[in-house]
Design a protein around this ligand. Structure first.
Ligand code: NDP
Length: 247
């Protein structure tokens, strides 16, 4: 590629997002490291990207805040000149059994996991349309396909991502922009560390691979979907789950 590549990863301060940022850490590539509150962790991600030979820029904003998203993407495109890849990874949970699920926790989880992808993708599509090239990769979850007790809000948001991914893929493929999803199973990050040991053991027992996944294994799938080799793949979901669910 003759120009420098710009890749924006939301929620890249830790976990899967950090591994995705590192998967793009190479010369001629600037990784824009988004986070909301974890500044030190995000700086750690940026240092690791640069250590691997890539360039990194920190870009804090809340993916669910429309004004903040617009401003951040404008600054990225104004300063770096383009946007090649958007990885919509930022996500969060607020679990509860359905009768006790609070409306505010429904709203928050839908806002961050689903509306955030709408806002960031809309902001990214403008420069991508101009370039007539782009890649959008959305991180959904196995629970968006299987459902999970105690996660009605999260599973609804993650299932919603698939409808958005497929519709946007149909709108954009003629302009050389692909939109795909990656659906991790049970990956070792802070999000899953919160699980009690018993629940964890029960979960692992359901995974045919007999182990949890690593953030780098999710990142490798994202990296592939962002590559030129994946130009003819759009509207798809790539499951990375050790056989936990086969769509
Ligand atoms: P972590 O909780 O470890 O990391 C979440 C990241 O998202 C952090 O960088 C956090 O940054 C950021 N973030 C959260 N809310 C916002 C927001 N409003 N705006 C911007 N950034 C935000 O999660 P994982 O790495 O485990 O998960 C990453 C993605 O993968 C999520 O979408 C998750 O749903 C999905 N996933 C994870 C699975 C797993 O087993 N771990 C399984 C299936 C899907 P900060 O703290 O700075 O706000």
């Amino acid at each position: 590629m003759e120009h420098n590549k710009v890749v924006l990863v939301t929620g890249a301060s830790r976990g899967i997002g950090r591994a995705v940022a590192l998967a793009f850490a190479e010369p001629e590539t600037t990784v824009v490291v988004n986070y909301r509150s974890g500044q030190e962790a995000a700086q750690e991600t940026a240092r690791a990207v640069e250590k691997q030979g890539g360039k990194a820029v920190l870009c804090p904003f809340d993916v669910a805040d429309p004004d903040a998203v617009k401003k951040a993407f404008k600054e990225v495109v104004d300063s770096l000149g383009r946007l090649d890849v958007l990885v919509n990874n930022a996500g969060m949970t607020r679990d509860n059994v359905f009768p006790r699920l609070k409306t505010e926790d429904w709203d928050l989880v839908l806002d961050v996991n689903l509306k955030g992808i709408f806002l960031c993708s809309q902001a990214a599509v403008r420069p991508m349309l101009k370039q007539r090239h782009g890649r959008i990769i959305n991180i959904t979850s196995v629970v968006g396909f299987t459902g999970n007790p105690g996660q009605c809000n999260y599973a609804a948001a993650k299932a919603g991502i698939m409808g958005l991914t497929r519709s946007l893929a149909r709108e954009l493929i003629s302009r050389n922009i692909t939109v795909n999803a990656v659906a991790p199973g049970y990956i070792e990050t802070e999000m899953t560390h919160a699980l009690p040991e018993k629940a964890r053991e029960a979960l692992v027992a359901q995974i045919p691979a007999g182990r949890t996944g690593r953030p780098e294994e999710v990142a490798a799938a994202v990296r592939f979907l962002a590559s030129e080799q994946a130009a003819y793949i759009t509207g798809q979901v790539l499951h990375v789950n050790g056989g936990m669910y086969m769509g």
